[in-house]
Write a protein that binds this ligand. Structure first.
Ligand code: ZN
Length: 353
């Protein structure tokens, strides 16, 4: 994509699916563009510029991401659905979770910085992600820079939701489509295995082929103890069923998404048609037993309840209220359909470990 000597448009818009690695690609491109000794394979990794880049202090690299929102703030309704989980490469801004909006102040800072020459006499590269987080004001502030960037400035915008960009932003950029690899691409599987992901194929399938999404899901599952939770949800008479404790506010959405995957998997198995196999560390026998606990209609009632909670997950009153009410709902559905009653007495001793 970046052949030597090739003339680049001054503003590129990288677009592709969530989790295919857009921010990583934009940063890799930025490093190559700033590198003093680039080759066809990309940045050298050893020049002064690459060292500055690796330290996260390159003076000619300008990264624009949404402002970090205090997790205790109530999200405004306008931001609902705008939030997207991003794991920003850790050498840069590890605290960035890319929630919220790119504020006009960030664009103004860029404009005022760009009136100064570049520190190292070469290019100045701007990475802006996710571009759909630009609000109307910040997008308009960026237009003039996109139209007439200062000499040497190159802008790399990236988005998974190009339809949410102002048409005037899109039309000023050269669009580069980033494909999603096939879900069984051997090099992607090898790369995931190299990152320490076990059973890479299952994670890649769950992430619909998006490599970075697969990596993030596997890491998230480990942090949240997902295999243990899935096993407990499959066996609700076990007191561990109630172990929703210790969730942090920021983890509620991930918990809900996993609970949704659990119920969706059971609904699919209950409806028949899918062969029961071991999945996500839970045995085929456990899935088989779990799926039979509710009718397909029962599973869909639970899914509907989880979906409602997901919509409100950006501003939960208390994580435990959300998770526990869904577990109670599951338990009530079980009781209604087959009279099993999970042992709720264990709730307070186990639920707040
Ligand atoms: Zn270099």
């Amino acid at each position: 994509m970046l052949a030597q000597g090739q003339r680049l448009h001054h503003a590129l818009l990288l677009q592709g699916g969530k989790g295919v690695g857009l921010p990583e690609l934009a940063l890799g491109l930025a490093q190559t563009l700033l590198c003093e000794r680039p080759s066809a394979a990309g940045a050298s990794g050893v020049c002064d510029s690459c060292h500055l880049f690796a330290s996260g202090n390159h003076p000619d690299l300008h990264i624009i991401v949404p402002s970090v929102k205090d997790s205790d703030d109530a999200a405004s309704p306008a931001e609902e659905g705008a939030a997207s989980e991003v794991v920003w490469p850790s050498s840069h801004t590890p605290e960035i979770t890319a929630r919220g909006e790119i504020k006009v102040e960030s664009i103004r800072q860029l404009i005022s910085a760009s009136t100064l020459g570049t520190t190292r006499g070469g290019r100045r590269v701007v990475v802006l992600y996710p571009a759909e987080a630009l609000n109307a004001v910040s997008a308009n502030a960026l237009l003039k820079t996109l139209e007439e960037p200062p000499p040497g400035m190159l802008l790399l915008l990236a988005t998974s939701e190009p339809g949410r960009l102002l048409p005037t932003i899109r039309s000023r950029c050269q669009v580069v489509n980033v494909p999603t690899p096939a879900a069984n691409a051997p090099d992607v599987l090898a790369w995931l295995a190299g990152q320490g992901v076990q059973d890479a194929a299952a994670w890649l399938a769950l992430a619909r082929g998006a490599p970075y999404a697969a990596l993030n899901l596997a890491a998230q599952a480990e942090t949240l103890g997902i295999t243990e939770r899935l096993a407990a949800w499959c066996t609700p008479e076990d007191s561990r069923f109630w172990g929703s404790g210790n969730l942090k506010k920021g983890e509620i959405r991930a918990w809900l998404e996993w609970y949704y995957r659990f119920a969706a998997h059971c609904a699919e198995l209950a409806a028949g048609g899918t062969k029961v196999t071991a999945w996500m560390g839970v045995s085929a026998a456990q899935w088989q037993a779990a799926a039979q606990r509710l009718s397909p209609a029962g599973w869909h009632k639970l899914l509907a309840a989880i979906t409602r909670s997901l919509r409100a997950a950006e501003h939960p009153l208390a994580p435990a209220l959300v998770t526990d009410s869904l577990l109670v709902h599951y338990s009530d559905l079980l009781a209604a359909e087959q009279g099993t009653q999970p042992d709720r007495s264990a709730h307070h001793s186990v639920g707040r470990r």
